[in-house]
Design a protein around this ligand. Structure first.
Ligand SMILES: [Zn+2]
Length: 212
């Protein structure tokens, strides 16, 4: 799934896969995702975390999702390309995985406003019914706005997780002109995308990125 053309900080390949992508087009598995907010430097081995970063050209890194939000970041630190892929479900989002990812970048010398960034297809507010405790946890986020949740048709709240991540991103100084997000609901797109909520127990799509 193509990311809209936005200014890129260096040559890179990035995107979000769909059911139409052959397995041969996918990056190797390097993560065992645990719904936390830890980020690690990518290597050849599989690591337990929810985010990967790399400065190695040619090393494709990615996360697998089926309703959670895949987040991709690309910027330059000390003259060298830097890329990251994050897995952001509601737990990771509320726990601050995007903040952690940006902190790794700035900790190495990057400036948030220079990052190109993209949130990928995920379950959107139209279908993301949650318990009140989830909204209560999200409401403690410094970037929270009340329009990010609203009662759904069954009376339970629907959460705009994409919107919360975007609010966090802008709060952290990311540039809206460098936002390549693809705002598509996984639940609403059964032909193209896997959705755990809709009943896909095993299928996943990738958000991935490679420094070229
Ligand atoms: Zn939907």
């Amino acid at each position: 799934m193509l990311i809209p053309g936005i200014p890129l900080p260096f040559p890179l390949t990035w995107g979000f896969t769909t059911k139409e992508d052959p397995d041969s087009a996918l990056p190797p598995v390097r993560l065992k995702q645990v719904h936390g907010c830890d980020l690690v430097e990518a290597g050849e081995q599989i690591q337990h975390a929810d985010g990967l970063w790399t400065r190695t050209p040619g090393l494709a890194i990615g996360v697998q999702v089926a309703d959670c939000v895949p987040v991709l970041l690309a910027g330059v630190v000390r003259g060298r390309p830097w890329a990251a892929a994050l897995h952001a479900g509601w737990r990771g989002t509320v726990a601050g995985i995007l903040r952690r990812g940006i902190a790794v970048f700035t900790g190495q010398g990057g400036r948030p406003e220079d990052l190109a960034w993209a949130l990928g297809p995920a379950i959107l507010k139209c279908h993301f019914e949650v318990g009140g405790e989830v909204v209560a946890a999200a409401r403690r986020d410094p970037a929270w706005r009340e329009d990010l949740a609203a009662p759904g048709p069954r009376g339970r709240p629907h959460l705009d997780l994409h919107g919360l991540l975007r609010a966090q991103a802008l709060d952290l100084g990311l540039d809206p002109a460098r936002d390549g997000s693809v705002v598509v609901c996984t639940f609403c797109s059964p032909e193209l995308l896997h959705s755990y909520r809709r009943g896909d127990r095993h299928g996943r799509q990738w958000g991935w990125i490679r420094i070229d």
